[in-house]
Design a binder for this molecule. Structure first.
Ligand code: GLP
Length: 262
Protein backbone atom coordinates (compact mmCIF):
# COMPACT_ATOMS: atom_id res chain seq x y z
CA UNK A 1 0.00 0.00 0.00
CA UNK A 2 1.26 3.46 -0.87
CA UNK A 3 0.47 6.25 1.57
CA UNK A 4 0.91 9.76 0.20
CA UNK A 5 0.74 12.56 2.77
CA UNK A 6 0.62 16.22 1.84
CA UNK A 7 0.10 19.40 3.81
CA UNK A 8 -3.14 20.44 2.17
CA UNK A 9 -6.28 18.95 0.70
CA UNK A 10 -5.61 20.76 -2.59
CA UNK A 11 -2.26 19.02 -2.89
CA UNK A 12 -3.69 15.52 -2.39
CA UNK A 13 -6.53 16.30 -4.81
CA UNK A 14 -4.02 17.35 -7.47
CA UNK A 15 -1.84 14.26 -6.88
CA UNK A 16 -4.83 11.95 -7.08
CA UNK A 17 -5.90 13.61 -10.35
CA UNK A 18 -2.39 13.16 -11.76
CA UNK A 19 -2.47 9.46 -10.92
CA UNK A 20 -5.84 9.05 -12.63
CA UNK A 21 -4.70 10.97 -15.68
CA UNK A 22 -1.62 8.78 -16.01
CA UNK A 23 -3.76 5.62 -15.87
CA UNK A 24 -6.35 7.02 -18.30
CA UNK A 25 -3.73 7.88 -20.86
CA UNK A 26 -2.45 4.33 -20.80
CA UNK A 27 -5.72 2.61 -21.67
CA UNK A 28 -8.51 3.18 -24.14
CA UNK A 29 -12.02 2.69 -22.71
CA UNK A 30 -10.77 3.21 -19.18
CA UNK A 31 -13.30 2.11 -16.57
CA UNK A 32 -13.32 4.50 -13.64
CA UNK A 33 -15.12 3.80 -10.37
CA UNK A 34 -16.33 6.95 -8.66
CA UNK A 35 -17.37 8.02 -5.17
CA UNK A 36 -19.47 10.83 -3.76
CA UNK A 37 -19.10 12.80 -0.54
CA UNK A 38 -16.90 15.79 0.09
CA UNK A 39 -13.57 13.91 -0.03
CA UNK A 40 -13.32 13.47 -3.83
CA UNK A 41 -14.64 16.97 -4.64
CA UNK A 42 -11.15 18.45 -4.96
CA UNK A 43 -10.16 15.58 -7.25
CA UNK A 44 -13.20 16.22 -9.45
CA UNK A 45 -12.40 19.93 -9.61
CA UNK A 46 -8.89 19.07 -10.70
CA UNK A 47 -10.08 16.58 -13.35
CA UNK A 48 -12.37 19.31 -14.73
CA UNK A 49 -9.41 21.69 -14.83
CA UNK A 50 -7.27 19.09 -16.63
CA UNK A 51 -10.09 18.66 -19.14
CA UNK A 52 -10.55 22.38 -19.73
CA UNK A 53 -6.98 23.56 -19.63
CA UNK A 54 -4.95 20.55 -20.66
CA UNK A 55 -7.33 18.76 -23.00
CA UNK A 56 -7.77 15.61 -20.93
CA UNK A 57 -10.61 13.78 -22.66
CA UNK A 58 -13.17 11.49 -21.06
CA UNK A 59 -14.81 10.59 -24.38
CA UNK A 60 -13.90 6.93 -24.09
CA UNK A 61 -14.15 6.65 -20.31
CA UNK A 62 -16.85 4.53 -18.68
CA UNK A 63 -17.77 5.21 -15.06
CA UNK A 64 -19.49 3.29 -12.29
CA UNK A 65 -20.44 4.96 -9.04
CA UNK A 66 -20.17 3.09 -5.79
CA UNK A 67 -23.59 3.78 -4.42
CA UNK A 68 -26.87 5.67 -4.38
CA UNK A 69 -29.50 6.41 -1.78
CA UNK A 70 -32.49 4.15 -2.16
CA UNK A 71 -35.85 5.87 -2.37
CA UNK A 72 -34.85 9.08 -4.10
CA UNK A 73 -34.58 9.71 -7.83
CA UNK A 74 -31.93 11.33 -10.05
CA UNK A 75 -33.66 14.71 -9.89
CA UNK A 76 -33.36 14.89 -6.09
CA UNK A 77 -30.58 17.36 -5.24
CA UNK A 78 -29.18 14.94 -2.64
CA UNK A 79 -29.11 11.97 -4.97
CA UNK A 80 -25.67 10.79 -5.94
CA UNK A 81 -26.63 10.93 -9.65
CA UNK A 82 -27.40 14.62 -9.21
CA UNK A 83 -24.13 15.11 -7.28
CA UNK A 84 -22.09 13.46 -10.03
CA UNK A 85 -23.75 15.46 -12.81
CA UNK A 86 -23.22 18.72 -10.92
CA UNK A 87 -19.70 18.08 -9.72
CA UNK A 88 -18.15 16.22 -12.62
CA UNK A 89 -20.14 14.84 -15.56
CA UNK A 90 -21.66 18.16 -16.70
CA UNK A 91 -18.21 19.71 -16.94
CA UNK A 92 -16.29 17.11 -18.93
CA UNK A 93 -16.76 15.47 -22.32
CA UNK A 94 -17.95 12.11 -21.00
CA UNK A 95 -20.91 10.44 -22.73
CA UNK A 96 -23.76 10.47 -20.21
CA UNK A 97 -24.73 6.99 -21.41
CA UNK A 98 -21.30 5.77 -20.26
CA UNK A 99 -21.88 6.96 -16.68
CA UNK A 100 -23.51 4.52 -14.29
CA UNK A 101 -24.95 5.35 -10.89
CA UNK A 102 -27.21 2.83 -9.14
CA UNK A 103 -30.92 3.52 -9.63
CA UNK A 104 -32.35 4.70 -6.33
CA UNK A 105 -35.85 4.05 -7.59
CA UNK A 106 -35.31 0.48 -8.84
CA UNK A 107 -38.43 -1.43 -7.74
CA UNK A 108 -36.86 -4.84 -8.12
CA UNK A 109 -33.62 -3.92 -6.37
CA UNK A 110 -32.24 -7.46 -6.36
CA UNK A 111 -32.54 -7.66 -10.12
CA UNK A 112 -31.09 -4.20 -10.44
CA UNK A 113 -28.06 -5.13 -8.32
CA UNK A 114 -27.36 -8.23 -10.40
CA UNK A 115 -27.60 -6.08 -13.51
CA UNK A 116 -25.15 -3.53 -12.08
CA UNK A 117 -22.60 -6.25 -11.39
CA UNK A 118 -23.09 -7.59 -14.91
CA UNK A 119 -22.66 -4.15 -16.43
CA UNK A 120 -19.32 -3.78 -14.62
CA UNK A 121 -18.23 -7.17 -15.96
CA UNK A 122 -19.39 -6.34 -19.47
CA UNK A 123 -17.34 -3.14 -19.40
CA UNK A 124 -14.28 -5.26 -18.64
CA UNK A 125 -14.15 -4.62 -14.88
CA UNK A 126 -13.20 -1.43 -13.05
CA UNK A 127 -9.66 -0.25 -13.77
CA UNK A 128 -9.46 2.18 -10.87
CA UNK A 129 -11.90 2.78 -8.06
CA UNK A 130 -11.95 6.06 -6.11
CA UNK A 131 -12.92 5.73 -2.45
CA UNK A 132 -13.73 8.08 0.39
CA UNK A 133 -14.24 6.80 3.91
CA UNK A 134 -17.18 7.27 6.28
CA UNK A 135 -16.54 8.11 9.92
CA UNK A 136 -17.45 4.50 10.83
CA UNK A 137 -15.03 3.16 8.23
CA UNK A 138 -17.54 2.44 5.52
CA UNK A 139 -16.51 2.46 1.88
CA UNK A 140 -19.34 2.95 -0.57
CA UNK A 141 -22.20 2.36 1.84
CA UNK A 142 -20.76 -0.86 3.25
CA UNK A 143 -21.65 -0.36 6.86
CA UNK A 144 -19.72 -2.08 9.67
CA UNK A 145 -20.13 -5.84 9.50
CA UNK A 146 -20.46 -5.98 5.71
CA UNK A 147 -18.84 -9.17 4.47
CA UNK A 148 -15.57 -8.70 2.64
CA UNK A 149 -17.13 -10.87 -0.08
CA UNK A 150 -20.30 -8.77 -0.34
CA UNK A 151 -21.62 -7.74 -3.74
CA UNK A 152 -23.81 -4.88 -4.98
CA UNK A 153 -26.92 -4.93 -2.82
CA UNK A 154 -29.51 -2.98 -0.88
CA UNK A 155 -28.16 -2.10 2.53
CA UNK A 156 -29.79 -0.52 5.59
CA UNK A 157 -27.82 2.56 6.60
CA UNK A 158 -26.31 2.87 10.04
CA UNK A 159 -27.81 5.47 12.37
CA UNK A 160 -24.39 7.15 12.51
CA UNK A 161 -24.32 7.48 8.72
CA UNK A 162 -27.83 8.91 8.72
CA UNK A 163 -26.79 11.40 11.41
CA UNK A 164 -23.59 12.30 9.49
CA UNK A 165 -25.54 12.92 6.29
CA UNK A 166 -28.49 14.73 7.90
CA UNK A 167 -26.70 18.05 7.30
CA UNK A 168 -27.42 17.67 3.59
CA UNK A 169 -31.18 17.22 4.07
CA UNK A 170 -33.66 19.64 5.59
CA UNK A 171 -34.30 17.23 8.45
CA UNK A 172 -32.90 13.94 9.70
CA UNK A 173 -36.16 12.13 8.86
CA UNK A 174 -35.61 12.98 5.18
CA UNK A 175 -32.33 11.02 4.99
CA UNK A 176 -33.07 7.72 3.21
CA UNK A 177 -32.70 4.65 5.42
CA UNK A 178 -31.33 2.48 2.64
CA UNK A 179 -28.81 2.61 -0.15
CA UNK A 180 -27.75 0.48 -3.07
CA UNK A 181 -24.01 -0.03 -2.81
CA UNK A 182 -21.30 -2.02 -4.50
CA UNK A 183 -20.15 -4.63 -2.01
CA UNK A 184 -16.71 -4.82 -0.45
CA UNK A 185 -16.04 -7.81 -2.71
CA UNK A 186 -17.07 -5.77 -5.76
CA UNK A 187 -14.70 -2.97 -4.73
CA UNK A 188 -11.81 -5.38 -4.14
CA UNK A 189 -12.14 -6.63 -7.72
CA UNK A 190 -11.20 -3.24 -9.16
CA UNK A 191 -7.66 -3.42 -10.55
CA UNK A 192 -6.53 -0.45 -8.50
CA UNK A 193 -7.91 1.55 -5.57
CA UNK A 194 -7.30 5.07 -4.37
CA UNK A 195 -8.63 6.28 -1.05
CA UNK A 196 -8.83 9.97 -0.23
CA UNK A 197 -9.28 11.37 3.28
CA UNK A 198 -8.81 14.82 4.71
CA UNK A 199 -9.40 16.69 7.93
CA UNK A 200 -8.98 15.83 11.62
CA UNK A 201 -12.40 14.21 11.77
CA UNK A 202 -10.98 11.37 9.64
CA UNK A 203 -7.76 10.97 11.67
CA UNK A 204 -9.08 8.24 13.98
CA UNK A 205 -10.68 6.09 11.34
CA UNK A 206 -7.67 6.45 9.05
CA UNK A 207 -5.34 5.25 11.84
CA UNK A 208 -7.63 2.29 12.53
CA UNK A 209 -7.94 1.49 8.83
CA UNK A 210 -4.25 1.69 7.97
CA UNK A 211 -2.66 0.49 11.20
CA UNK A 212 -5.31 -1.34 13.16
CA UNK A 213 -6.37 -4.96 12.81
CA UNK A 214 -8.27 -5.95 9.70
CA UNK A 215 -11.91 -6.41 10.62
CA UNK A 216 -15.24 -6.46 8.82
CA UNK A 217 -16.37 -3.99 11.48
CA UNK A 218 -14.30 -1.44 9.57
CA UNK A 219 -15.08 -2.14 5.93
CA UNK A 220 -12.21 0.05 4.74
CA UNK A 221 -9.66 -2.35 6.31
CA UNK A 222 -10.46 -4.65 3.38
CA UNK A 223 -8.04 -2.54 1.34
CA UNK A 224 -5.25 -4.56 3.00
CA UNK A 225 -6.31 -7.45 0.78
CA UNK A 226 -5.80 -5.42 -2.37
CA UNK A 227 -2.42 -5.47 -4.15
CA UNK A 228 -2.59 -1.95 -5.62
CA UNK A 229 -3.82 0.77 -3.30
CA UNK A 230 -2.75 4.40 -2.93
CA UNK A 231 -4.05 6.33 0.08
CA UNK A 232 -3.98 10.12 -0.20
CA UNK A 233 -4.07 11.99 3.11
CA UNK A 234 -3.69 15.56 4.17
CA UNK A 235 -1.66 16.13 7.34
CA UNK A 236 -4.79 16.40 9.50
CA UNK A 237 -6.15 13.04 8.39
CA UNK A 238 -2.67 11.52 8.86
CA UNK A 239 -2.23 13.04 12.33
CA UNK A 240 -2.98 9.85 14.30
CA UNK A 241 -0.87 7.45 12.25
CA UNK A 242 2.07 5.87 14.06
CA UNK A 243 4.25 5.32 11.02
CA UNK A 244 4.11 8.68 9.30
CA UNK A 245 7.91 8.77 9.21
CA UNK A 246 7.99 5.47 7.35
CA UNK A 247 5.38 6.52 4.79
CA UNK A 248 7.35 9.66 3.98
CA UNK A 249 10.62 7.72 3.83
CA UNK A 250 9.06 5.08 1.57
CA UNK A 251 7.87 7.81 -0.77
CA UNK A 252 11.42 9.17 -0.98
CA UNK A 253 12.71 5.67 -1.71
CA UNK A 254 10.09 5.27 -4.39
CA UNK A 255 11.33 8.45 -6.06
CA UNK A 256 14.86 7.10 -5.94
CA UNK A 257 13.87 4.00 -7.83
CA UNK A 258 11.54 5.93 -10.18
CA UNK A 259 8.63 3.51 -9.90
CA UNK A 260 5.48 3.23 -7.81
CA UNK A 261 5.92 0.62 -5.10
CA UNK A 262 2.78 -0.79 -3.57
C1 GLP B 1 -21.06 8.75 2.16
C2 GLP B 1 -20.67 7.97 0.90
C3 GLP B 1 -19.26 7.45 0.98
C4 GLP B 1 -18.33 8.55 1.45
C5 GLP B 1 -18.73 9.02 2.82
C6 GLP B 1 -17.81 10.06 3.41
O1 GLP B 1 -21.52 7.93 3.18
N1 GLP B 1 -21.55 6.89 0.63
O2 GLP B 1 -18.87 6.92 -0.28
O3 GLP B 1 -17.01 8.09 1.44
O4 GLP B 1 -20.03 9.56 2.70
O5 GLP B 1 -18.18 11.33 3.01
P1 GLP B 1 -17.22 12.58 3.07
O6 GLP B 1 -16.23 12.41 1.98
O7 GLP B 1 -18.13 13.75 2.83
O8 GLP B 1 -16.61 12.59 4.42
Amino acid sequence: MRVIIRKTYDEISAEAAMLIRARMLRKKNFVLGLATGSSPLGLYRELIRLHRQEGLSFKNVITFNLDEYYGIGPGHPQSYRYFMNENLFNHIDIKKSATHVPDGLAKDFEKFCRGYENAIKKAGGIDLQVLGIGSDGHIGFNEPGSAFTSRTRLIALDEQTIADNARFFSKKEDVPRFAISMGVGTILEARELILIANGTKKADIIARTLEGPVTSLISATAIHFHPRVTVFLDEDAASKLQRVGYYRFAEESEKAIGKEIF
